[in-house]
Design a binder for this molecule. Sequence first.
Ligand SMILES: Cc1cc2nc3c(=O)[nH]c(=O)nc-3n(C[C@H](O)[C@H](O)[C@H](O)COP(=O)(O)OP(=O)(O)OC[C@H]3O[C@@H](n4cnc5c(N)ncnc54)[C@H](O)[C@@H]3O)c2cc1C
Length: 525
Amino acid sequence: MRVPPGVSPRDFSEALKKFEGAIGKEWVFTSDDDINTYRDSYSPFWHEAEEPIPSAAVAPDNVEQVQQIVRIAGAHKIPLWTISTGKNLGYGGSAPLLGGSVVLDLKRMNRVIEVNDKNHYALVEPGVSYFDLYHYIHDRGLKVWIDPPDPGWGSLVGNALERGGGYTPMRDHFDCHCGMEVVLANGELVRTGMGALPNSKTWQQYKYGFGPYVDGIFSQSNLGVVTKMGFWLLPEPEAFLSGNVVVGKHDDLFAMVEIFANLMNSGIVLATTTVVSPLAYGPDPELAALRANGSTKDLEDYAARKKIGYWSVSLPFYGPADVVAAQWEYAKRKFSAIPGVRFEDRASYRFPLNDDQLAKIVNPVPFGVPSLQTFSIGGPRSQGHMWFSPIIPMTGEAILEAQKVFDQVAKDLSLSGGSVGGFPVWNFFARAFVIIYFFPIEHDVEKNRKNREVFRRLIKTAAEHGWGEYRTHTAFMGDIMDAYSFNNHSLLRLHETMKDALDPNGILSPGKNGIWPKGMRKARA
Ligand SMILES: Cc1cc2nc3c(=O)[nH]c(=O)nc-3n(C[C@H](O)[C@H](O)[C@H](O)COP(=O)(O)OP(=O)(O)OC[C@H]3O[C@@H](n4cnc5c(N)ncnc54)[C@H](O)[C@@H]3O)c2cc1C
């Protein structure tokens, strides 16, 4: 039997018995077969002793059972690792950061408590997946959209707590939450925002309540177990329109991004897109040779000859049909300041889509429809992946600097994938870009070791340039938190102060985002 670190087998057996008493024997999992289902199938530690494997898993059905579990864990100093649906692939899956932790699996708590299509919100439990909520809404013909991330099998709660992103104007999932219910490490139940007011009528309509706004301390954190969460939904839009902006010269990027940022910050473009270089991809050997050895002028000439442009950005608009048409016209007027710019009309839809229309859409996710088709990106190329995802300024200069810096690291360390525009930039969040760079995972110890080294080097290089990651795999949480070091790590020290006050036994997700309980902290350099 695996046991949590620092816990004797006898004590652990006693705690497991108490867990069984609290939630039923069938919901306490200790067999190897069961535990294997909680391992990270994209682990960068495959076949290595360092892979963090849980000692057990417990799956409560309701808030009272969660309270009992944390109280038992507190009494026996058992580390818990909370998951909602545990589909956090690319960032650790359902596995804990600390091997031997007991996974607190909230999948069974999958009740949709309310969906309101007059004020456009939902209140859900952690085990509700995007598919679950979509079907709930669809079955009742409610006129609201959810905003799924690429894979729809994850939970709204887990995704938002990790500050994940989607595609519609509700794309910043933590920003679009409104109100939480949280079990603290001592078993106390707290409701945030207007939820603190008994019989509140606006828990999902007004975020802040009264007094300090604490919701943020429960995201990417280990200070509580979130048992309910409210989300703002998008009223079903009348129409969608997208148009592509293509520019021909390398230096057009500066004006293109400046105009794009203006459109975003003015609320004209509100949905997710990416600035790309059509030159970054494609099997043409001539292009591959130019990418390797050609000059900027050669690439510009190639782009002109092939009519593909040097840079492009596709603009998505959601709303009334005449409004989205006017927004596209306005965007074209702004981009026309760039000599030689070209515009391409792309998709145009009226909602609701019927089944035939939906079946023809390759990726329905930007239309509020959850899907799993994204997994085609992992299959043939690797046995999994993780992402390196730094936040960079929303400027052309920053894109070029990041490309240059990361391309160099990629070349130095013979990492595949680095090339002009090979580190795509996204606008998942307002006001800044995020690079989402795909890192392969193999069932090969040497390759994974090398990739981990490259990853750590990228974190350091990014920090030297003033860029920090927004989220990461459990394997690198400590490295990234280390980089956020202003004033002798004062932010981390604040997190640790809160950790010590709220979770003195250190039972909730030890090490999450680099925050360790007192007894497990390493000396800082
Ligand atoms: C091919 C592919 C594409 C992807 N695309 C996207 C994308 O477009 N956008 C995106 O955001 N992500 C994306 N992901 C990452 C990931 O799959 C999703 O973010 C997924 O929704 C996270 O899994 P989950 O919802 O099951 O969260 P969980 O695994 O349940 O939770 C994630 C983490 O949040 C914390 N947590 C969860 N629940 C609680 C709780 N109740 N209380 C306290 N802490 C909690 C825990 O630390 C947990 O490890 C992608 C992954 C893959 C493999």
